[in-house]
Ligand binder design. Structure first.
Ligand SMILES: Cc1cc2nc3c(=O)[nH]c(=O)nc-3n(C[C@H](O)[C@H](O)[C@H](O)COP(=O)(O)OP(=O)(O)OC[C@H]3O[C@@H](n4cnc5c(N)ncnc54)[C@H](O)[C@@H]3O)c2cc1C
Length: 282
């Protein structure tokens, strides 16, 4: 049980983790990758770090947060479940619990394919580690949104037959022998009896199940209770979302998409989360 789980290890998440530790909160940061900051070759407008490469900034920020006592785990969060006065967070096949949540996933917008959300848990999965064993000896389709999917597809290929589709271009050189790479654009999912049907720009493919492996998860799936407008999460002046106990900071709140803004918001949201938790305990 953590006081605060931060979803996202970019500059908003790191800043929030540091401030939360200063307020003596027990903090876990779950992050899928490096986010926008990791792609920035050079940042000139960040105070105190002139001409910094995004990767260097990220490394220093994570080290600083860890030195203050925040725990970091590299895992994609697939679900946040409100449980009365706490929250359960599903990441990989691990379940964590916290009194408050901070959403800091950046702008990584995800558009599910038609049919995908309806069939989630009924033939479509986001987690190879969690659900792979259900398809032992069977045929699986993988719709891959990034290079992280290669390793997961390789794991699935040890269990059964895998056909791999590229949703967003990435390096597939590491795919295990035996995985069939189909160069067709995935368009939609449907169900036919016990089978999953994937329609592409060149035809249809059927299998016993499908894994959609992207480096991010749509807000509608992660925490549908949180309201957004024009792609930005709605928050109050304390950066609390429409769900009490869930805060948000950084690019996920919309423009300007800038590192110093993300850091400032991480700080505000962490202070507000600490006050929220204090009030909860009376
Ligand atoms: C090429 C480029 C150049 C830039 N140059 C500048 C500049 O010069 N100056 C400036 O101020 N800003 C610049 N920016 C913008 C700046 O990088 C962003 O504003 C800033 O990184 C936003 O921080 P963030 O923490 O909100 O999001 P991000 O840095 O994008 O971090 C998001 C984090 O969330 C994680 N995540 C997402 N979904 C999940 C999930 N489901 N589970 C777990 N983790 C998840 C990601 O892996 C990542 O760790 C640039 C951006 C880019 C792409």
């Amino acid at each position: 049980m953590y006081d605060l789980i931060v979803i996202g290890g970019g500059c908003a998440g790191c800043s929030a983790a540091m401030t939360a530790r200063q307020r003596n909160l027990n903090v876990l940061v779950l992050y899928a990758g490096d986010g926008a900051l990791g792609k920035a070759r050079r940042i000139d407008n960040y105070p105190g770090m002139p001409e910094a490469a995004g990767q260097d900034m990220l490394r220093i920020m994570r080290q600083q947060a860890q030195a203050l006592g925040a725990e970091f785990k590299r895992q994609l969060v697939t679900k946040v479940l409100p449980m009365g006065q706490s929250f359960s967070v599903l990441a990989g096949n691990d379940l964590y619990e916290a009194g408050a949540i901070l959403l800091a996933q950046g702008t990584s917008r995800v558009s599910p394919l038609p049919g995908e959300e309806e069939l989630l848990g009924q033939g479509i999965s986001y987690c190879a580690t969690c659900d792979g064993m259900f398809y032992r000896g069977k045929h699986m389709l993988v719709v891959a949104g990034g290079v992280e999917a290669v390793e997961e597809a390789n794991y699935l290929s040890e269990l059964g037959r895998v056909t791999y589709f590229v949703e967003k271009p990435h390096d597939t050189a590491g795919l295990a022998e035996g995985i069939v790479l189909v160069k067709e654009k995935p368009l939609s999912f449907a169900q036919d009896g016990q089978e999953i049907l994937l329609t592409t720009d060149a035809g249809q493919h059927r299998a016993d199940g499908a894994f959609v492996l992207r480096p991010a998860v749509a807000m509608t799936q992660l925490l549908p209770e949180v309201q957004a407008e024009k792609g930005a999460i709605i928050v109050d002046k304390d950066l609390m979302t429409t769900v009490p106990g869930v805060f948000a900071a950084g690019d996920i709140l919309g423009a300007p998409l800038q590192a110093p803004k993300a850091v400032g918001e991480g700080n505000i949201a962490a202070i507000a989360a600490a006050a929220y938790l204090r009030a909860l305990m009376g």
